[in-house]
Structures are given as C-alpha cells and as structure tokens.
Design a protein around this ligand. Structure first.
Ligand code: SF4
Length: 356
C-alpha cells in the first residue's frame, strides 16, 4: 500500500519550522532534525534521543524519514562498488550506486527519473521508457541512504554524479533543487565542484543551467562526431544535433568558467574509427579551447542494442588521436560491471518498473 505521508526531505526548511511552531517547538529544532536526517545513522525519528519523545512520535507519525526504502543491495566482486535497488512510496523502483575510491572519496551516482524517455540505443534504462520524474527528496534521499551507510565508518559522501537512471535536465526542477540542497552548508555542504550533472544534450536546459548561478560540472553525452551516427543511437539528436550541443557546451563554459566533460561510449564498428576520432577532435576544437574540454571514453558495457566493445588497442588509438587533435581524453574502465552498475546498465528488474 502506498504511504501518503510526505518525506521529510521533500519539506522546505520554512515548512518544517512552521510545523514545529504549530506544536510549540522552537525553530532551532529544524536544524537539529536536518542534521540528523542528513548526516546521522538513525533509521527513524524515534531513534533521535536528543529530541523530546512527543516530538519524535509526532515526526514519525507525520513524515517518512526517507523517500526511498532499500529493497536490495549488491556489491561488486572487489567489494568496492555497491548498487542499491530502492523503492519509492508509490511502489516504483530506482537504482543508485556508491563508488568509493581508495578511501579518498565516496562518489554517489544518483537517478533523477524512474526509467528514462530518451531511448538511447545502447542504454538499459532507456529500454524502460519513462515511468516518472523523481522529487527533490527522492534524489536527495539516495545520497542520504549512502551517507547513513558510510556514517558507521565515520565517512561521508564527497562527490555526487547525476548519471543514474533518467535524463537529469528532463527533470530540471528536481535536479537543480536537489543540487542546491547538496550545496547548502546547512544540509550536505558539498562543493559544487564535486557535483556533476550529465545530459544527453537538452540544449535549452543546458542554457538554463548555465544561467542558474550553480557552478556545478556538466557532462555531455556526445557518443558520436556526426549527426548521422549520433541520430542512429540517440533519438534526441533529431532535435538538437552535434553542432548545437557543442555550441551550448561552449556557452556553458563561458558562463560558468567550468570545463565540460564529453562522455563517449565506445561501440565497435559504430563510432570507434580513426577518422571519427579526428572528426571528433576537430568538432570539439571548433567550439572549445583545449583547456575547456575533456573526453571520457567509456568502453561499452553489456547491454541492449547488440553492440560490442572495441578491442583495447583500438580504443587506445582513438584516445591518442584525440590527444593529437588537441583534446584531452581518458579511457575510463567502467566500475561495477559485474553488478550491472556501469554506465548505461541501470535498469530495475522485470516486474519492478511498474508500481507493485
Ligand atoms: S543514456 Fe542516459 S539519457 Fe540515454 S536513455 Fe540512458 S539514462 Fe536516458
């Protein structure tokens, strides 16, 4: 049965203070509750023993402590990458991934939609279609989920990437709203330099994001150097082509002074030729200075579309040509592939896409 109580993370600070005031509680309790909700390990407000008991009970009766509920967690063979299947209040499901890095950082990959409407040919999430947009609380609570897990060993989420299920800029309000919460020192206090929003190239929203005054990183999924190839694997290219996406990326750099990362999934025989590498470097350099762009080459992970991953020397040669063309590139070995937590692999199991 659906739980109609609002999640505490979907409540604005003002609304929480007003709710407390109605119960004769001082406003400073809001900050206390937020601190517990954001950084604490408690799984319910009844565990917050520094709050008066009636307040704890009223909190538990009025709000859900989290907008997401853990159904199942999987860890990669090396125990590093962890993927959580999370249930939303209306029964839909999403996935979220924790990627620790040698104890130096804890990056979380969040979903912004249940499913995705963009239908990229190589992507498991795209196969699902759009189920629905997530709320700010449902995005923020994915990070809280991992924060609670990390709190036990005295660690915190340090980086957030909006690269899970969904197109973040197609759910623009919740994406920017949640990024603001992550940056807010009263909440997570994560530096905007450690927050990355990805997009498959929703040009008007790229411009809107540039104008937000949020100096967060932008990752643009390019995946091809020409419209014909890109259009065949990314339907959105029929609306905004390669040149338009690159021009919007350049405007983003100009406005935010942040470098743009181009994501490029490597598909054998589709977008991995030496000529394509030369065209890609030239296309990027037509719009951006060398210092303002970086290409992440992502070897294709098993998924839909019948694609294959190119051989490693071919991918290395591709990176080399980009370098020769004045574009920095990294061949990124995607992590968590054994638990389908790599790029383009997030998809809730059959029967979980719809509400249950
Ligand atoms: S690659 Fe991203 S934008 Fe494309 S279908 Fe998958 S989740 Fe959606």
């Amino acid at each position: 049965m659906n739980d109609a109580r609002p999640a505490i993370s979907d409540l604005s600070d003002q609304a929480l203070v007003a709710w407390l005031r109605e119960r004769g509680e001082p406003a400073y309790r809001a900050r206390q509750i937020r601190r517990h909700a954001t950084h604490g390990a408690a799984r319910s407000p009844v565990e917050l023993t520094d709050l008066p008991k009636p307040l704890r009970e009223a909190l538990a009766a009025s709000f859900r402590w989290s907008a997401v509920e853990l159904v199942r967690e999987e860890a990669s063979a090396d125990g590093e990458t962890r993927k959580a299947l999370l249930r939303l209040a209306d029964g839909h499901h999403i996935e979220s991934v924790l990627m620790p890095h040698h104890g130096a950082r804890n990056a979380v990959c969040v979903s912004t939609q249940a499913g995705c409407p963009m239908a990229c040919a190589f992507c498991a999430t795209g196969e699902m279609g759009l189920v629905r947009d997530l709320t700010v609380g449902e995005i923020v609570d994915q990070i809280r989920h991992w924060q609670r897990e990390l709190a036990h060993r005295g660690e915190r989420v340090s980086h957030v990437v909006y690269m899970g299920m969904g197109e973040p800029l197609h759910n623009y309000r919740s994406t920017t709203g949640s990024a603001r919460t992550l940056m807010d020192p009263e909440h997570f206090g994560i530096s905007p330099r450690r927050i990355t929003v990805s997009t498959c190239g929703v040009v008007p929203k790229m411009d809107a994001l540039a104008a937000e005054g949020l100096p967060i990183n932008l990752a643009v999924s390019l995946h091809a150097a020409d419209d014909e190839t890109r259009g065949a694997i990314m339907p959105i290219n029929r609306k905004w082509g390669v040149e338009e996406v690159l021009a919007a990326s350049a405007r983003y750099v100009k406005k935010t002074k942040r470098r743009v990362t181009f994501e490029y999934v490597m598909l054998a025989g589709v977008n991995d030729s030496e000529r394509t590498a030369r065209d890609l470097a030239a296309a990027i350099r037509r719009h951006l200075r060398a210092a303002d762009a970086h290409v992440n080459l992502i070897p294709y992970n098993a998924g839909p579309g019948g694609f294959r991953r190119p051989a490693v020397p071919r991918m290395e040669r591709f990176a080399e040509i980009l370098h020769e063309g004045g574009v920095a590139a990294t061949l990124r070995i995607s992590r968590g592939q054994d638990i389908a937590a790599g790029c383009g692999q997030l998809k809730v199991p059959e029967g979980k896409a719809a509400a249950v």
